[in-house]
Design a protein around this ligand. Structure first.
Ligand code: CP3
Length: 363
């Protein structure tokens, strides 16, 4: 679907803000390292179980039903943006949705996270993976993006996303969340050929999936490589970097690309080579030092510890000041957490955080 074909659904019950409003494109300007009048902020997992409104929606439908119901997913996305006053919307979806057309048997068990019924463990499993037509099988995500765009009417940009090849492959191999990634690394070390074939498959699916989201109107896309920090620099270079680069390259600079990982302090110089425009940082690094090691010609996103939001508001304000001081007004800083918001986070503290960024980040 191209932009001209977007549905004209506009929710007149809400004021989406003026397309030329002051907060309109600070996020996109920061992605491009252009000066902004304030530091833009959004939060990973900003729509989620910490929000009572979200929990109410989830009483009516399962997580996967919600993801597949574009109208409901768009509503959750937009309601969250209006509730929090953040400077970007991230489409409500999940990095594991491509597992549905891959046919590996994805489910989310209550309180236990994702579960893959038929994990990918060997060459035969990779051979059996189907050719996926993302336009046919994941069109509901494209529809959600188009609805969010129409509803927001330019008030804030819309971020599309996907898992980066390593993190998606790791979930497919482990069959769920993992602490040490033993099955993943075992495939890498014992059967590198199968590993490379799996990464090639995931990279090409991910490229098509993100291009579909951009076609639908995503103003930027983020690749989540949540667990890539478990790798040594050599393993990252050899087993992961070529595929992350392949995905970034396949998007052809159509929109800014953000690349997020955790525990990546020792990988930053390699991560630069992905070609992404914005690099996510977690709280285990000082933002100024990490930015220096990346170089000034790249934007950064981060990096408050999400657990800080369980502390009190004055401490949150102090941490915000500290992070902004480290960014030092340099163009190209997007404020975010160093990882997603956790269930149980007090909503008032989330609001205090966003206020503090807007207050102290005004230039
Ligand atoms: O608001 C947003 O940021 C958009 C929505 C979003 C979700 N997942 C919704 C979700 C985004 C950007 C993600 C990304 C995602 N999904 C990541 C990368 C970010 C990270 O935290 O590292 C990962 C690793 C996943 C995979 C995943 N999805 C896990 C491990 C889980 C279970 C853990 C958990 O938080 O419940 C999910 C489920 C999930 N994805 C929920 C939400 C709102 C909770 C499901 C529920 O409603 O019960």
């Amino acid at each position: 679907m191209n932009r001209a074909e977007e549905p004209t659904f506009v929710d007149t019950a809400h004021d989406g803000g003026s397309p030329e409003g002051p907060s309109t494109h600070a996020f996109l300007r920061a992605c491009r390292r252009e000066p902004t009048s304030f530091t833009p902020v959004w939060l990973m997992r900003q729509a989620g179980r910490y929000l009572p409104e979200y929990r109410r929606v989830r009483e009516r439908m399962s997580f996967l039903e919600l993801c597949r119901n574009s109208a409901a997913a768009a509503q959750v996305t937009v309601d969250t943006v209006r509730r929090l006053g953040v400077d970007a919307a991230i489409v409500f979806a999940d990095i594991l949705l491509p597992f549905i057309p891959m046919g590996v048997g994805l489910s989310f068990e209550k309180g236990e996270g994702p579960h893959v019924e038929r994990p990918i463990r060997n060459a035969g499993d990779v051979d059996a993976l189907p050719a996926v037509d993302v336009e046919e099988s994941l069109s509901f995500v494209a529809r959600t993006i188009a609805l969010v765009r129409a509803d927001l009417a330019g008030a804030v940009p819309v971020i599309g996303f996907a898992g980066a090849p390593f993190t998606v492959a790791a979930y497919a191999i482990e069959g769920g969340s993992s602490r040490n990634f033993v099955a993943t690394k075992s495939m890498m070390y014992r059967d590198p050929q199968t590993w490379h074939r799996l990464m090639e498959y995931v990279a090409s699916l991910t490229s098509a999936y993100l291009n579909l989201q951009i076609d639908a109107g995503a103003d930027a896309v983020q690749l989540f490589d949540s667990w890539v920090g478990c790798l040594s620099p050599d393993d990252y270079r050899q087993f992961v970097l070529p595929y992350t680069r392949q995905v970034v390259g396949a998007l052809g600079s159509r929109v800014p690309v953000l690349y997020f990982g955790t525990m990546t302090g020792s990988l930053l110089e390699l991560i630069r080579e992905t070609g992404a425009d914005v690099i996510g940082l977690d709280w285990r690094v000082d933002l100024d030092r990490a930015w220096s090691s990346l170089g000034n010609d790249i934007a950064v996103q981060g990096n408050l510890d999400p657990i800080k939001l369980f502390g009190d508001a004055s401490d949150i304000r102090k941490s915000v000041r500290d992070i902004l001081a480290r960014a030092n007004g340099r163009p190209g800083h997007i404020f975010n957490l160093g990882h997603g918001i956790l269930p149980g986070t007090p909503v008032d503290n989330v609001l205090a955080l966003i206020d503090a960024v807007h207050e102290f980040g005004a230039k």
